[in-house]
Ligand binder design. Sequence first.
Ligand SMILES: Cc1cc2nc3c(=O)[nH]c(=O)nc-3n(C[C@H](O)[C@H](O)[C@H](O)COP(=O)(O)O)c2cc1C
Length: 294
Amino acid sequence: MELTDQIDMSVTDLIKRRHSSRTFASIRLSDHVIEKIEMFLNMHEEGSFHTPLRFRLLAATEGDPQALRQLGTYGFIKNPAGFIIGAVAPGEKNLEDFGFALQRIILFITSLGLGSCWLGGSFARSRFAATMALAEDEMIPAVVAIGFEAADNAARRLIRRLAKADTRKPWDALFFDSAFGKPLSRESAGDYETPLDMVRLAPSASNRQPWRVIQQGAFFHFYLQRTPGYDKSNNRIELLRTADLQRVDMGIAMCHFQLTAEELGLSGMWQVRPPEHLAADAALVYVASWHAAE
Ligand SMILES: Cc1cc2nc3c(=O)[nH]c(=O)nc-3n(C[C@H](O)[C@H](O)[C@H](O)COP(=O)(O)O)c2cc1C
């Protein structure tokens, strides 16, 4: 089922409207909103690459306003009305599937007029794990704080929205035509100009924007540009049992790309088939390709 069946706003508008909110008004979610979110969460039991997924809304309740605080997000998320927690089982593309599904959920939440912020590092994993009754082989790669944005944020939000394009790498550093190093022109991108523009607006951990896309005919190959020194921190990831957030970032970008393509009536599908004879930097890791239908 498509996101547009659930909401009456365009995906591109939602993508442009979304930004990270970290300060919320002390307003709880109404039962009606909670119900809507829970219904939407229950639709995400499997990712595009068949990873089993589980999502849960943990909403602040009237009787227990402190409950969410104890979950520990180290103070810089103010007054969240709730958290979306997701659990993922092992699987080859499990973190990409997780990022894709949770970003789709965030766009739905944006359509309800709520603000959100991905949290990949700064949350108390063990407490969220207990809340999710995490199975032995499952993990929580990230959670999302949600709530109504504080009123005094409105002006700042407008400024940030206007400046948003400036917080992203330029188009020609992200999208390539047949060979890395040869930027893709907007004309050559054709119908896919807007889906690629929406990739560029995707959120990413520490705003690192690790996504690179190379077009070859009907294929858009998605690569992950590893941040230098990442391997070292990968060891740390193993020790702390935290997730490889750059793979989550890739799923988020793929979500923006696919939902925008669908809205434009462009069909295609994801495949995992690395292109042959494509010289890529060692720090570029192939993830998946969108095969556009003729
Ligand atoms: C996987 C992931 C993890 C993130 N983790 C955090 C976090 O722990 N703390 C935080 O304040 N922001 C976090 N962010 C938010 C990013 O910093 C933010 O998306 C980025 O700076 C771009 O800004 P925007 O979301 O307003 O477009 C995370 C984003 C992603 C996608």
